[in-house]
Design a binder for this molecule. Structure first.
Ligand code: FAD
Length: 446
């Protein structure tokens, strides 16, 4: 039997650690932070405020929720511990990938009757992103094309299944299966045995998207507070969200702190596990090299259990990421950790300079379905995209907005899914997951 009291105490101890080290920070020193369109400087939360909805955490989940609600005429306060986009949303690989992990499990539970609704959800986040980039004029280097590649010959068979699914649903966008020769030619490497490219997916500068969406929300009246870690939430008919110097009273609260959040430990500890993922960025590459390694400028991700992913930035750097680390310990040198993986695919880049290295925390859920639910009827949470969040957070922003305004159909589908909470402390949970992932890493290598 799990010792919930002990687990909660340990979780709170980690929360205190996080407050001292991780909170109230400026952006990590990434390529993205070095190339932002706007250095945000929203005020700290001080004094008393009120809103229809208070959203905690200004990553994609929080910003997309706030913007959707503002578009619908609700008053919103968005409270961020650090800066808009400071978490995974401002640090990720920028790959816009269709789907939400776990949709297949939801279909199995609820039957084929909802299959069309779930299929319709797959690209909903992409559509929201494309629409907002256009509507609000957000400059975030948006490009079309996401290529999945097979490091092992046995994985090539996945691609026919992807194509078949699209044919069945009359998918109106361009997609292609690439054989080994075409993949080698268009990626300048023989590391892969084939690929599947979908042009409704793509890639972008995630921090500029997040900051641009926040600016749009602010223009529509959302009160944004930065450098304001939420320390507690007072439950009640109108919950109060408290920081060191201020409070927001609202009808509903949406918790969107994902892997960085330590709030509501009684309900949320051991549900989402922070896993580190790491990226390096080279110096800008010459046109010759770009034409050799990625002339179509698509985002690339392998289909292993523990993925490597890469793409070119707008100024033609190679942004190469991967090596998910579940133990909770970051590598001493991200460059030393990631560079050998990049050189395995592109040995010809051995002399290029690495200008940036950084990492961030992915929120991993054991059954891979985002953990969505409600505490006391008016405090909602949504977290844990298991590494595929650019599209999924935008879908969830819409679903959370629907839910707080009374349309529960899609929210209930997710909230209804049972999540397994590991016994013991969050730290112990991470070690157990790290052990489990060793199995998958070995499987990828075989
Ligand atoms: C290195 C890396 C690469 C990735 N690559 C991809 C990719 O290519 N494609 C893809 O689809 N997904 C990718 N992901 C996953 C994706 O980035 C996430 O799923 C997504 O950004 C999660 O967004 P979020 O808003 O839920 O959380 P976050 O972006 O982490 O935002 C949470 C925010 O909440 C704030 N917060 C936490 N606690 C509090 C508090 N108490 N008070 C106030 N604020 C608080 C934090 O400061 C933070 O800003 C990657 C993730 C990482 C780390």
């Amino acid at each position: 039997m799990q010792n919930r009291g002990l687990a909660t105490m340990q979780y709170q101890a980690r929360a205190t650690d996080m407050k001292a080290t991780d909170q109230k920070q400026e952006h990590t020193s990434s390529y993205y932070a070095a190339t932002v369109n706007e250095v945000t400087d929203y005020p700290m939360l001080q004094g008393s405020h009120s809103a229809d909805v208070c959203v905690v955490g200004a990553g994609f989940t929080g910003v997309a929720t706030a913007l959707t609600l503002a578009e619908r005429g609700y008053s919103v306060a968005l409270v961020e511990a650090n800066r808009v986009g400071w978490g995974a949303s401002g640090r990720n690989g920028g790959q816009i990938i269709n789907g939400i992990s776990g949709l297949e499990k939801i279909r199995k539970k609820h039957g084929d009757g909802i299959a069309d609704m779930l299929w319709g959800m797959k690209w909903r986040g992409n559509d929201i992103i494309y629409d907002r980039v256009e509507k609000y004029g957000i400059d975030c280097d948006l490009k079309s094309g996401f290529l999945e590649v097979a490091p092992k010959p046995s994985q090539v068979s996945y691609f026919e299944a992807y194509a078949e699914e699209r044919r069945r649903h009359d998918f109106p966008y361009k997609y292609e299966i690439w054989d080994r020769q075409k993949t080698c030619e268009l990626l300048g490497t023989d590391a892969f045995h084939g690929g599947f490219v979908c042009y409704r997916d793509g890639h972008l500068h995630p921090l500029n998207l997040c900051i641009g969406e926040a600016r749009a929300a602010h223009t529509l009246g959302v009160q944004i507070f930065e450098q304001s870690p939420v320390t507690s939430i007072e439950h009640g008919p109108r919950p109060k969200v408290r920081t060191a110097e201020g409070v927001v009273e609202a009808q509903s609260v949406v918790l969107a702190g994902n892997a960085y959040s330590m709030l509501e430990p009684k309900h949320l500890s051991n549900l989402v596990f922070p896993a580190g993922s790491y990226i390096i960025a080279t110096e800008p590459l010459s046109d010759d090299v770009v034409n050799q390694i990625n002339p179509l400028d698509v985002a690339v991700c392998d289909v292993n259990e523990v993925v490597d992913y890469y793409r070119l930035s707008a100024d033609k750097r190679l942004l190469y990421g991967g090596a998910c680390n579940y133990s909770g310990r970051d590598p001493a040198s991200i460059k030393t950790y990631i560079l050998p993986r990049m050189l395995k695919v592109y040995p010809q880049l051995k002399d290029v300079r690495i200008d940036f290295e950084w990492g961030g925390k992915i929120g991993v859920v054991l059954n891979r379905i985002p953990a969505v639910g409600r505490i006391n009827d008016n405090i909602y949470y949504c977290q844990g995209y298991s590494g595929h969040g650019v599209n999924a957070t935008h879908i969830m922003g819409e679903i959370m907005s629907d839910a707080v305004t009374g349309t529960m159909e899609k929210f209930d589908l997710f909230a209804d899914m049972k999540h397994f909470r590991l016994p013991g402390s969050q730290w112990l949970g991470n070690q157990i997951i790290a052990l489990g992932m060793l199995y998958y890493k070995l499987k990828d290598r075989l």
